[in-house]
Design a protein around this ligand. Structure first.
Ligand code: ZN
Length: 284
């Protein structure tokens, strides 16, 4: 099942994809909360499944996918936890070895945007860079979860981009400004529920800039896996329904290319993860 947040920025409504259409869940049932995050928190996925099962009889709630704006798959999560150096090939391109324990930072929810959105080029930045990542979204509150139980807390997966101001990252000790510029976290195009992805560590992952493939790897090159991360993070910080965990980027980012390649206004980015769809944005 593929869940979307659709509609104008800041006014997104929850939907479920049925063929080439989005079904407006709130138009079908008054029981459905107004955000995907609340659908997860309130354990309404079975209600959404029931609506999807009768999608054919709901013509007035259907909107063609091509006619709606898709916002970030999750709007306003309590946190976006990002992994650094989590792919062996990305560590290699920096001449570093994989870390002994997960290296993590937060990205602000203001960074989130949807498929096809324009990402403002951050003022004063000269080295704006791309990173494609597999994100997973929490379905339940997770506190001190055992690794063997971890997948039961995961709602599903989405494509994510962790756009980064490398000059700020190099210059400033903390990464908040480098990683949280407005729109620097496209997330989508939808949330694919966990039941549809047998193994999140067996997926191809790629990114192109203006049609040229710049990152191409597989999620089995990840060092710290989804189940370990749920376990590890939840030992010290409670994960809430709707929280987004971005699992790090593979090799090929602009800053380590020779010569370096940074983004410019007008660039079009297309990210793809096997089974999760294609997520695009343009640098505005
Ligand atoms: Zn990243």
């Amino acid at each position: 099942m593929r869940l979307v947040s659709f509609g104008p920025a800041g006014e997104e409504r929850p939907g479920v994809v049925a063929g080439d259409d989005v079904i407006d869940l709130c138009a079908v049932s008054a029981r459905i909360p107004r955000t995907v995050r609340e659908i997860l928190a309130g354990d309404h996925l079975d209600d959404v499944r029931a609506i999807l099962a009768r999608a054919g009889s709901l013509p007035s709630a259907r909107n063609p996918l091509g006619a709606v704006r898709l916002g970030p798959a999750i709007t306003n999560p309590s946190k976006i936890v990002c992994l650094g150096l989590n792919y062996a090939d990305h560590a290699e391109e920096q001449g570093k070895s994989a870390p002994d324990s997960p290296m993590m930072f937060l990205k602000g929810p203001n960074a989130l945007c949807g498929d096809g959105d324009a990402v403002p080029y951050p003022p004063g930045v000269e080295q704006f860079d791309y990173e494609v990542e597999l994100a997973f979204v929490m379905g339940k509150r997770a506190r001190r979860v055992a690794r063997e139980d971890a997948y039961g807390y995961v709602a599903g997966y989405a494509v994510f981009m962790d756009l980064t101001a490398r000059d700020l990252q190099a210059r400033e000790k903390q990464w908040f400004r480098a990683k949280s510029t407005d729109g620097s976290g496209p997330l989508g195009p939808w949330l694919t529920t966990r039941d549809e992805i047998a193994d999140p560590h067996a997926l191809s992952i790629s990114l192109s800039v203006n049609g040229e493939t710049v990152q191409a790897s597989r999620t089995d090159r990840m060092t710290f896996t989804v189940d370990y991360l749920v376990h590890y993070i939840s030992q010290t910080a409670t994960l809430e329904p709707g929280d987004v965990i971005a699992t790090g980027t593979p090799a090929g980012v602009g800053v380590y290319r020779k010569p370096p390649r940074f983004l410019a206004p007008g660039d079009r980015l297309v990210a793809d993860i096997e089974g999760l769809g294609t997520l695009s944005c343009r640098i505005g």
